[in-house]
Design a protein around this ligand. Structure first.
Ligand code: UD1
Length: 355
């Protein structure tokens, strides 16, 4: 039997790199296609010498054709992430994420590569699911007047009662509310269409808030854990927005990588023409305030400061059930919040980007 061959797009990045490491440990031959974008990579990343590295772009058909030669399965991590700076970022998000995925899928169709794992995100659910006095509710965007008055939790539009967050399942309605979210959902829809028309087998993994060693730091696209970690390294207190009670599920990058490996294996056993989405979280919900406290304590740094400021684009709570991936792919996260944050408080981050 020949060794199976995996292509990881974005394999030089934070999550892609962790996937590459685990795939090598499991005996895969690994190829990486990565454009080494200057707004992500401050210094050239260290690539494992066992990897066949192709410096190229997923939006360029010739680069993707070269990267797909002899490949059995593709793990598509290359993307422009985060909320971005402003709406002027929109064309770059659409090109990097949607055009990139369309070019990749077309090349896979040409090459006859029929297995794909796609990096998606919890942002496809928007504000998510809540419970109020009258059962389930899906609140609209939060109002500036409420936020200015420190009313951060979504309220029932009719009664004005505070709503309580519920766990989102994969079958809940999708409600992308920013450009990044809409491109992540666009990638899922393109993948569904590809699976249907070519008989391809695909899994989309909707990641929660990923953190861990090698996380990008000072870019406008950095997640909150990395911003807090960078502040502590400068000897400054983490600045917590709103009242710090926003809820998130922080999932360690090693667990996200093992979820990708489980999904890659599953595409081999799946029937013809398969597309299924899975939430990927630790299963344990924490507030942003708790996360800041845990990092400050582990770094022996200044206590977090709660500012009461807000960012209009932020959703209040993002909490989803990760039961489907546990039961259908037999995946279990291995890193607890306590262990992960203790390690992350002093772990190296990705080299700073100089602008
Ligand atoms: C994050 C990711 C998004 C991913 C999603 C999956 C980023 C920028 N966003 O979105 O790509 O799809 O998880 O669930 O990586 N906050 C502070 N202080 C700060 C910065 C932020 O308190 O200095 C708060 C925000 O107000 C927000 C929370 O932290 O309530 C999380 O912010 P952030 O990590 O930027 O984005 P998410 O919406 O969780």
């Amino acid at each position: 039997m020949t060794t199976p061959h995996l292509l990881v797009t974005g394999g030089a990045g934070f999550i892609g790199g962790a996937i590459v490491e685990q795939a090598l440990e499991r005996g895969w031959r690994v190829r990486v296609l990565d454009s080494l974008r200057s707004d992500v990579h401050g210094a050239p990343p260290v690539i494992d010498p066992r990897v066949h590295f192709i410096h190229g772009d997923v939006t360029v058909p010739a680069d993707v054709d070269a990267a797909l030669l002899g490949v059995d399965v593709v793990c598509h991590q290359a993307a422009k992430v985060g909320l971005g700076v402003n709406f002027a970022d929109a064309p770059d998000y659409v090109t990097s994420n949607e055009v990139g995925t369309a070019v990749l899928l077309a090349a896979m169709a040409r090459a006859g590569t029929d297995r794909l794992v796609l990096a998606s995100s919890m942002v496809v659910y928007g504000e998510g699911s809540y419970v109020g006095r009258h059962g389930h509710a899906r609140p609209g965007p939060r109002r500036t007047v409420d936020l200015d008055d420190g009313r951060f939790d979504p309220v029932d539009e009719v009664t004005g009662d505070r709503l309580h967050p519920a766990l989102i399942s994969e079958d809940d309605p999708l409600d992308p509310r920013n450009v990044y979210a809409s491109t992540k959902l666009g990638q899922e829809y393109l993948t569904t269409a590809w699976a249907r028309s070519t008989g391809g087998r695909a899994i989309a993994l909707r990641y929660h808030n990923v953190y861990g060693p090698g996380m990008p730091q000072n870019t406008p696209y950095a997640g909150v854990a990395s911003l807090f970690r960078s502040a502590l390294e400068r000897g400054e207190a983490p600045t917590v927005f709103e009242d710090g009670a926003q809820r998130r599920d922080f999932v360690h990058v090693h667990d996200v990588a093992s979820a990708n490996l489980a999904a890659i294996d599953f595409t081999e056993t799946a029937a013809e023409q398969f597309f299924r989405a899975f939430n990927v979280g630790s299963g344990t919900v924490h507030t942003i305030g708790e996360m800041a406290e845990a990092l400050s304590a582990a770094a022996h740094g200044p206590a977090p400061v709660i500012t009461g400021e807000y960012r209009l684009g932020d959703v209040r709570h993002i909490t989803a059930s990760s039961e489907r991936i546990r039961s259908e792919l037999q995946w279990m996260p291995a890193v607890t919040f306590e262990e992960g944050m203790r390690e992350f408080a002093t772990a190296p981050l990705r080299a700073a980007v100089h602008r």
